[in-house]
Design a protein around this ligand. Sequence first.
Ligand code: HEM
Length: 139
Amino acid sequence: MPLTMEQMRLVTRSYAQISSSPHPYSEIFYYRLLLNHPFARALFPDDMTHQIFVFSKTIDVLVENVANLTRLRPTLTDLAKKHVKYGVKAYQYAAVGTVLIDTFAELLGEDFTREAREAWELVYAETAGVMISAAYPEN
Ligand code: HEM
């Protein structure tokens, strides 16, 4: 389901605020992910420096293309296929999305409105949907 103009604006604006934090949000995201989901600890390397960087670069690209996420289909398909090789399962996408959005909520406090959360949930659902259907055709 495509985002409304208002949802695109909420995503862009909240992400600008999240990214301006002196503490990279993706570091907090991985801290929460690895703490709360033991399955993830087993998949990632001990040194997360590179991962913290590349993950947030990918989210940057999602936000830059929020008006036309279908343009990212080829990139997301490649990324999803790599994830299969890393041992990632389709059902694990939901937990990762929840941790990401909860991290944004923690960082923005009351600025992260219900509408902003719903807009991010749509962005993630769209992204994960493309990745899962590309890499796990049985789903
Ligand atoms: C929208 C969702 C996701 C995005 C945007 C994303 C992004 C990325 C990126 C950019 C990389 C580096 C890829 C490369 O090697 O070039 C990566 C690697 C990886 N991701 Fe994800 N990811 C997502 C979902 C997940 C999920 C659900 C899991 C499950 C735990 C996961 C686990 C991993 C693992 C294990 C690696 C490889 C780490 C390594 O060995 O270096 N990712 N991810």
